[in-house]
Design a protein around this ligand. Structure first.
Ligand SMILES: [Mg+2]
Length: 344
């Protein structure tokens, strides 16, 4: 099986309501869909959303990165292409789109289903969180309450740079919605001092974890915060690659890591990180950007395959779509995700 053509198209999926974090506001998910066509007629599909604020890649960059790989990849077999791809100096999202397309071609080549390929034996449903966007306090409380009423009890709460607001929102949700599991995500919005003020104020509340309080490259501050609180600290923007994860683990600067296909460069790279995490007993979140159905499928197969390593699943994009797309291999019911299709 050799690669004959690599095609791209830009796709959009409207959201029910705007998604707001400390870094961005999104009303429509926009992503590049890469189609890798082989000489035997098989087709592999991958996707990469534009999250410039996080990966430094917008749609034109992803398109030109994928286009730039053609010269080296056309005519090559899939395993060689995977190896060449990960040596290229293009962004991690563009790599992830091609990587997941190649992995789906490998699955085809082996005449396996994804469940066989990923060795998924335990098919029990997994639970995802749902995002509560950054807003004024009353709106966040109303959104969180509505989520709970709809059976969603794991809340990814997006907080911003106003530390008083962050503390007030956390206290309100914790006191008024005691059954909610609160995953706090600051998306790098706080300074070290603000982070310490925050953990000090919420230390005794029922909070599952605090994600990426300070800027990505400030591992020193991250470590100080991790040591200052009993609430687990999760590294997200600080850990893109396996090397980043190793650095975080060896320096003990965080309690947990968030793995995303778009940060690490796709399924094969995520598997390397998950294997390392399994070996070192690092607790992981498997997260995503706001993504399309094929990249969510790819992440979900990993969530099922590594359920012993992945404690938190943050793959709520399909719950935010205005309309459900037909390409999903999984069924979303409340916060429960189950496998609906074991296609080859
Ligand atoms: Mg995050």
């Amino acid at each position: 099986m050799k690669i004959k053509e690599i095609l791209t198209e830009v796709k959009r999926i409207a959201l029910k309501t705007p998604f707001i974090t400390a870094l961005r506001r999104v009303e429509t998910i926009e992503f590049v869909r890469a189609k890798v066509l082989c000489d035997d007629g098989s087709l592999g599909i991958g996707e990469a959303p534009a999250t410039f604020a996080i990966t430094g890649e917008d749609i034109p960059i992803i398109l030109s990165s994928i286009k730039s790989t053609k010269e080296k990849l056309l005519g090559k077999d899939i395993l060689t292409s995977l190896e060449l791809l990960h040596k290229m100096s293009i962004g991690s999202s563009a790599k992830a789109a091609l990587d997941m397309a190649f992995v789906s071609l490998l699955i085809n080549e082996k005449c396996q289903t994804p469940l066989e390929y990923f060795n998924i034996k335990d098919k029990r449903a997994i639970q995802t969180d749902i995002t509560i966007s950054l807003n004024h306090k009353e709106k966040m409380f109303a959104d969180a309450k509505e989520a709970l009423q709809n059976g969603m009890d794991i809340l990814k709460v997006k907080l911003g740079s106003d530390i008083s607001h962050a503390i007030e929102v956390t206290k309100l949700l914790s006191y008024e919605l005691p059954s909610a599991k609160l995953l706090i995500d600051a998306n790098q919005a706080w300074s070290l001092d603000e982070s310490l003020k925050y953990v000090n104020a919420v230390e005794d509340l029922n909070i599952e974890l605090i994600e990426q309080p300070v800027v990505a490259d400030d591992l020193e501050s991250l470590k100080i915060i991790t040591n200052a609180t009993k609430i687990p600290i999760l590294a997200d923007e600080a850990t893109f690659t396996l090397e980043d994860v190793k650095r975080a683990y060896e320096s003990s600067c965080a309690d947990m890591i968030n793995i995303k296909l778009m940060k690490c460069g796709g399924v094969t790279k995520a598997i390397e990180i998950l294997e390392y995490a399994r070996e070192k007993k690092i607790i992981c979140m498997l997260g995503s950007m706001l993504e399309g159905p094929y990249s969510i499928n790819a992440a979900l197969y990993l969530a099922f395959a590594y359920r012993d390593v992945i404690k938190y699943v943050d793959l709520d994009s399909p719950l935010l779509y205005k309309e459900a797309p037909s390409e999903l291999d999984f069924n979303f019911f409340k916060n429960s995700i189950s496998i609906v299709r074991d296609k080859s």
